[in-house]
Design a protein around this ligand. Sequence first.
Ligand code: MLC
Length: 502
Amino acid sequence: MFLDTLADHCRNQPDKVALQFIGAQPVTYGELAAAVNRTADYLLALGIQPGDRVAVQLPKCLPFIYFHLAAVQIGAIFLPLNPAYPSAELRYFLADSGARLFVADAADQSRIDPITDDLPEHRVTISIDKPHDSGANWLKDWPARRDYPLPSDPDQTAMMLYTSGTTSRPKGAQITHGNLTANIASLHEAWGWRLDDVLLHVLPVFHVHGLVVALHGALHAGATAILCPTFDAGTALDLLCSGRFSVFMGVPTMHRRLYQLAAGRRFDLSHLRLMTSGSDRLPDDLFFGYQDTFKVTLLERYGMTETGMNLSNPLHGERRVGAVGLPLPGVSARIVDPDTEQPLPDGQIGEVQINGPHVFKDYWRQPEKTADAFSADGWLRTGDMGLREPDGYYTLKGRAKDLIITGGLNVYPPEVELVLMEHPAVAACAVIGCPDDEWGEQVVAAIIPRDGAAANEADICAFCREGLAAYKVPRRVVFVEELPANALGKIQKAKLREEMCG
Ligand code: MLC
């Protein structure tokens, strides 16, 4: 399993650098193993048991990684939380997951105490002071036993990642040890990860992309990951040009910023053996612009929180513009009629469904939502529309579900609409995504104001910021007299997009 391979690397190459944050001391595989073991022992001393949820809301830093690996090592369920979540969202995640332990940034202490006050399953909060300053010496005085039996049951949950829904509050997708192991093995085969790879890691670590695809990818290979705490295009371009890196992964917004920064100048990045794009559709102009500017053909792949990675353009062979590639080893994909769920012939657009050992176990404490997520014969309904070419390549063609992707992050309009409806000046509203060059899409709200109520865009946005992470807050608010609705009164979002996106 994934943890066994990592343990082997820690034993076999203790002096090799595993991780290094830019500007900080490196952490070798030996030091990583020791720091994770101390953290695991610390968690056990706190009374954390297998199956307990360990929620961590920290910036991208070494303690985040130590808690992550330690929690999964002792059989607990790791729950990463975006530091951008405001109190209302944070409280929901802690309550719904029944987190026993909550690890937070000490800088947030005053905000956190009232949140965890009356959560029945919560036991302990740990505040980490200046988490960015911690290095390989983390918990250095904590006596740790050396060897822990690693979880051996592939069905045991390793982590829980929240995803939103079109009709409900966010759901915790349970990802098992078997899921992680299967996905990382197929990515290694497909992308040819190597011991001498050096990854430039610029992604956030609280999502599948940054945590599993990128970080686990490098650690599973016994390679080196150099991490930036946040993405800055200038820093990233300088580093990419240094010749030190062989692998880079980004979302289209990051690639767009790098491309725009080049502003017509040419940079030869062809020494990187793998540059991938994912989490949102890669626009064609960016695919070609990258070839021209950086001498790189981006490798686009397709995944989701519930599965990790599903499809990928090949490492060797044609990386087809506009396509998300072929099923990864061990992954089955099909295109079905969304109404009958019957498989469709090549070339016809239908829903993409996925099957394989990487598909998540279930939604935490939500058996009905879990049942809804799967077809009668057990395939995962992705909610993405697409087609299969006769030569096996898949292309995505929009979404069956009401979802906005902005900067590689998913925003479900209903969660924004729910918050908007709490504003006293809002009588009705609809939230849509409008195309945007930098972000892919941007969140736009159409609002019918209540009679006589005074509200303006700034007001509405400020209100949203209290209940929603900043990336979900509408970038544009338009006040309208009516919203396009069908005969049943359901708002027609496609029509609204035509009217408002211009
Ligand atoms: C930040 N902002 C966003 C945003 N990210 N708004 C919309 N969408 C986003 N994704 C807000 C900030 O809060 C700020 O708002 C304003 O935009 C400008 O911030 P910025 O400093 O320019 O943004 P930055 O911090 O640089 O972030 C941009 C980004 C980041 C692209 C680096 O969004 C990012 O890291 N995205 C990657 C997301 C990711 O890893 N997704 C993978 C999901 S897994 P204000 O109002 O405060 O000024 C998945 C499965 C799969 O999807 O297949 O991979």
